[in-house]
Design a protein. Structure first.
Length: 107
C-alpha cells in the first residue's frame, strides 16, 4: 500500500502542512494513557528472554561465590594448622626452658 497520504507515508514531511492531531474530549487534558498495553504472551516472552540472558551471569556469580567460600574455608584450615604447629613449637621451647632452669637450680 504505497498510496500517498497514509500514516506510514505522509503526503508531506512538513509538520505544519500535515493534518493536526485531534484530542479526545473524554480524556482530561494532559493525561498520559497509553494507546495500547502489551500484556500476555509478548510481555512474558520479553521477560523470559531477559531472564534467560541473565542466567549465565547468575550461574557465574553463584559459582564464584562458592569458589570464594571454598577458598576462605581452605585459608581458615591453613591458619588453624599453622596455629597448632606454632603451639607445639612453643610448648617444646617452654619445656626446654623448664629443663634448663631445673638444671641450673640443681647445680
Amino acid at each position: 500500500m504505497n498510496r500517498p497520504g497514509t500514516i506510514d507515508r505522509p503526503l508531506t514531511n512538513d509538520p505544519q502542512k500535515q493534518a493536526p492531531m485531534t484530542t479526545s474530549t473524554s480524556e482530561p487534558k494532559g493525561s498520559a494513557t497509553p494507546d495500547f498495553t502489551t500484556t500476555g504472551a509478548n510481555a512474558s516472552r520479553q521477560n523470559r528472554t531477559h531472564e534467560m540472558q541473565l542466567m549465565p551471569e547468575a550461574l557465574a556469580r553463584a559459582h564464584m561465590h562458592e569458589r570464594m567460600r571454598e577458598a576462605e574455608a581452605e585459608r581458615q584450615a591453613m591458619r588453624l594448622i599453622a596455629a597448632r604447629r606454632m603451639q607445639r613449637r612453643a610448648e617444646r621451647v617452654s619445656m626446654r626452658a623448664r629443663r634448663a632452669l631445673a638444671m641450673a637450680v640443681m647445680q
